[in-house]
Design a protein around this ligand. Structure first.
Ligand code: NAP
Ligand code: G4F
Length: 348
């Protein structure tokens, strides 16, 4: 039985990857930060049987002696290093913590592998944010990087750390350059989940508009469940490499908003411009969207769209869920959550 460690297991991708690897018969270990409430994040949505099969290790990615001993004791077949300060907006406010966790944490794992378990394969969660002010659309593995946030800069340092340790020591380390991927397990401050949750509440009678930032930013949004399979496929190749995972399509925040409201039967009409723009329910004039400049970023990425041809060709990976289906799924789950807050969403 293969043994895998998932860092960041309490996050969105950790949930889908844990389910996926358990389904493949892996012995799954989870690495997560302890908190005072022992909150398990997305893991509470796993079935009790799934949860009982995960061996948890409580620690911080900054704690290198702990990571050293964990890797030395367990000599994992595969490590999926997902733990990160993953919110781009926050990285402008907390750049040091973002650098420490996203660079230092990555270094701690590759160094532990180098010192104690050289046959361990590791996946690093790199990101399309590294393309930033992109020089070409679509972006693939050869597109130059120009990160636009402390988060993007830190992930790029992680990306080069992976490459450097791979080239220097012959270790099996891969970079997954993943474009945005979403689901009902997304953190609530990310824009797709925020829109889906807000639309569901308004459909149920809330008079609270959703306060958004830049409506024109375009992202290549896929379904997280499809992307974790790509992570696993990367580690099944004979040689380590770097791969883009993306849908090849992009949509604006405005288009995402219109689709989410469409799912609950509300057509939006837009009025005004810039920070004064509002979105209204065409049927009754209720304001459902306002602009809050607090959500504008000091430097924005206008457009990301990926070309996953290499992953399709070499890994046989493909994205299965369309953007419309993804938005519908996220909105439907939020509607159900309002009716049954206790409901557990375990479908993958
Ligand atoms: P997420 O939901 O924010 O999960 C991040 C995880 O990292 C959480 O479990 C978090 O734990 C953990 N973590 C943060 N700091 C830690 C620390 N110091 N020590 C231990 N654990 C720590 O992110 P995600 O969407 O699943 O993404 C997974 C990875 O892929 C991240 O590295 C992200 O940057 C990267 N990525 C994501 C996307 C995307 O669209 N989702 C695209 C490209 C790359 P807490 O719950 O305790 O905070
Ligand atoms: O949902 P977002 O916060 O995701 P973002 O910044 O694209 O980052 C996500 O994807 C990256 C992959 O490219 C990951 F590496 C990263 O970890 C994370 O998972 O914002 C998406 C877009 C941005 O352009 C933002 O400015 O939506 C725009 N936006 C407009 N209004 C908003 C809002 N974003 C948020 N979070 N909240 C708003 O109110």
């Amino acid at each position: 039985m293969k043994k895998a460690l998932i860092t960041g297991i309490t996050g969105q991708d950790g949930y889908f990857l844990a389910k996926f690897l358990l389904g493949k018969g892996y012995e799954v270990h989870g690495f997560a930060r302890r908190n005072s409430q022992m909150a398990l994040g997305t893991l509470v949505f796993l079935t009790p049987d799934e949860r009982s099969r995960i061996k948890m290790h409580w620690g911080d990615v900054l704690d290198h002696p702990f990571i050293d001993s964990l890797v030395r004791m367990n000599r994992y077949d595969e490590i999926y290093h997902l733990a990160a300060q993953s919110f781009v907006g926050l990285s402008f406010e907390n750049p040091k913590a973002t650098y420490d966790i996203n660079i230092g944490g990555t270094l701690n794992f590759v160094n532990a592998i180098k010192e104690y378990s050289q046959r361990t394969k590791m996946y690093f969660a790199a990101t399309s944010e590294m393309y930033g002010k992109a020089e070409a659309v679509p972006q693939d593995e050869r597109t130059p990087f120009h990160p636009r946030s402390p988060y993007g800069v830190a992930k790029l340092a992680g990306f080069w750390t992976i490459k450097n340790y791979r080239e220097s020591y012959g270790l099996y380390l891969t970079n997954g350059i993943l474009f945005n991927h979403e689901s009902e397990m997304r953190g609530p401050e990310f824009v797709t989940r925020k829109i889906a949750a807000g639309a569901a509440k308004i459909a149920r009678g809330s008079s609270e508009p959703i306060r958004l930032g830049n409506l024109e930013a375009r992202r290549d949004w896929g379904f997280a469940g499809d992307y974790v399979e790509g992570m696993w496929l990367m580690l099944q190749r004979p040689m380590p490499d770097d791969y883009v995972l993306a849908t090849g399509e992009n949509y604006s925040v405005r288009e995402c908003t219109e689709r989410a409201f469409g799912r609950v039967g509300i057509t939006i009409v837009w009025e005004g411009r810039g920070a004064d723009e509002i979105g209204k329910n065409a049927a009754n004039g209720q304001t459902v969207i306002t602009i809050d400049p607090a959500h504008f970023r000091p430097a924005e990425i206008d457009e990301l769209r990926g070309d996953a041809s290499k992953a399709k060709r070499e890994l046989g990976w493909t994205t299965r869920m369309s953007f419309d289906t993804l938005v519908a799924r996220m909105v439907d789950v939020e509607v159900a959550r309002l009716k049954r807050p206790d409901l557990q969403f375990t479908q993958a």
